[in-house]
Design a protein around this ligand. Structure first.
Ligand code: R1P
Length: 247
């Protein structure tokens, strides 16, 4: 298998990864014979980037001919049934920065990519969600595979207890600081989207709790589930080829 990788710093105008755990490379290769481009590290509002810069890779992927985008993230579990290590198929999102006007599509619309007012009620492809459930069940992952709503915040501070309680009441199952901006731009230009959250920690919802969200726990849980996540995603990619809808 041949792989070609570029450091973000060698790509003109590409943002740089500043987060521990995000390597900062764009890797081209094949996954089970299927041509893919992977980002080893993505970008976040809290790194100080304008939201258009965070999402620029999505438009590059569109121009490269990519048709399906698979996003993964680490997230805190708000749903009380969730356990650390669960994998949540994202079925919908709450875009908190968007409520405050921080949407990657704000500003003049570039008609070459999409329409001024894109629909988001179909942001997460339902066929791919079902396929992930089927694949997860075949792989024996059903006990830790969930479906839920992801809420994005600006970060970098983790949430207060009151914020976690509010987000849960609003219908969020998991909370994080990424993904949604990319989803919006990917959907705007017509790519189909599938996204997963790894529940790396439980959001603290109780004033008696001694637990504290921290990035070390996030990285640790990521390492523990890495192999299973890899198998899930690569099997889904293989099925895309078999379905042949979006080859
Ligand atoms: O970058 P992702 O996978 O979303 O990771 C999550 O974990 C980090 C915090 O520990 C934040 O970057 C948050 O968004």
């Amino acid at each position: 298998m041949r792989i070609v990788a570029f450091n973000y710093r060698d790509i003109p105008n590409f943002p740089q990864s500043t987060v521990h755990g995000h390597a900062g490379r764009l890797v081209f290769g094949t996954l089970k014979g299927r041509p893919c481009v992977c980002m080893q590290g993505r970008f976040h509002l809290y790194e100080g980037y304008p939201i258009q810069k965070i999402t620029m890779p999505m438009r590059i992927f569109k121009l490269l001919g990519v048709e399906t985008v698979i996003l993964t993230n680490a997230a805190g579990g708000l749903n009380q049934d969730y356990k650390v290590g669960d994998i949540m198929i994202i079925k919908d999102h709450l875009n908190m920065p968007g409520f405050a006007g921080n949407n990657p599509l704000a500003g003049p619309n570039d008609e070459r990519f999409g329409v001024r007012f894109p629909c988001m009620s179909d942001a997460y492809d339902r066929e791919l969600q079902q396929m992930a459930l089927d694949v997860g069940s075949e792989l024996g992952y059903s006990d830790f595979l969930r479906e839920g709503v992801y809420c994005v915040l600006g970060g970098p501070s983790f949430e207060t207890i009151a914020e976690c309680r509010m987000l849960h009441k609003l219908g969020a199952d998991a909370v994080g600081m990424s993904t949604v901006h990319e989803v919006i731009v990917a959907r705007h230009c017509g790519m189909r989207v599938f996204a997963l959250s790894l529940i790396t920690n439980k959001a603290v919802m109780n004033y008696d709790s001694e637990e504290k969200a921290n990035h070390e726990e996030v990285l640790q849980t990521g390492k523990q589930r890495a192999e299973q996540l890899e198998r899930l995603v690569s099997t889904i990619v293989t099925r895309l080829e078999h379905n042949n809808n979006f080859a």
